[in-house]
Design a protein around this ligand. Structure first.
Ligand code: DX5
Ligand code: ZN
Length: 214
């Protein structure tokens, strides 16, 4: 299992020290980029990714919750993003996934809790990462929606049957108490924001989530 703390729950005034506290216990950092249009919240853009880049060699997994991701992918790639995930709800993702791939960045596709698996299934051959949202995009700290695990199971089954190189990531409300459920459904990467940075000892929380999932 890979663990991806969401820096949305970190202290934005102390990002470098917050990521340093957990870096030894995680594989990725999940970066929630929100534009105030696709979701009401407004968070992180390419300048912050560029500022973080010299502080970590961990994978920077950027989740774009923006209306027009096509305007930003080059800037995120230049900033040092390792992965860029776009939402299927915006329409045919293929042209942009192709562009992301051509920038040498891992291609991710996300879908909201109410969006059916059928909506992403046609694109599994075009991506490296499938991001299953287990809360509605916009804010950290929301309760986990267990019904999305059916979509994880469907994705796991198809990816394995076809031998596809697609990782399954789950995002939203992941804590020690539901990490095992997500792992059993077939998740490869657990995103956790408040479950890690909201804990008194974030590194211990990351280790506890990993232990619960294995
Ligand atoms: C929600 C974000 C999530 C969020 C997860 O829009 O995509 O990545 O930071 O935070 P927690 O783990 O607190 O639900
Ligand atoms: Zn996210």
């Amino acid at each position: 299992m890979k663990i991806a703390p969401s820096i949305l729950a970190a202290d934005f005034a102390n990002l470098a020290s917050d990521i340093a506290r957990v870096a030894d216990d995680v594989e990725l950092f999940h970066v929630d980029c929100m534009d105030g249009h696709y979701v009401p919240n407004l968070t992180i853009g390419p300048p912050v990714v560029a500022a973080l880049r010299p502080h970590t060699d961990r994978f920077l997994d950027c989740h774009l919750m923006v209306d027009n991701p096509g305007r930003l992918v080059q800037a995120f790639a230049d900033a040092g993003a390792d992965g860029l995930t776009i939402h299927v709800e915006l329409g045919d993702p293929r042209p942009l996934l192709r562009e992301i791939g051509s920038l040498g960045v891992r291609r991710g596709l996300a879908f909201e809790p109410e969006t059916p698996f059928d909506a992403v299934e046609p694109f599994l051959g075009d991506i490296d990462l499938l991001l299953v949202m287990s809360v509605h995009t916009g804010y950290g700290g929301q309760p986990f929606i267990p019904e999305v695990l059916d979509k994880v199971r469907a994705a796991r089954k198809l990816i394995d049957a076809e031998g596809m190189a697609v990782e399954i990531e789950i995002d939203g409300g992941i804590k020690v108490d539901n990490a095992a459920l997500a792992a059993a459904a077939g998740v490869d990467i657990l995103v956790s924001g408040t479950g890690i940075f909201g804990a008194d000892d974030p590194a211990a929380a990351a280790r506890a989530i990993r232990a619960a999932a294995s």
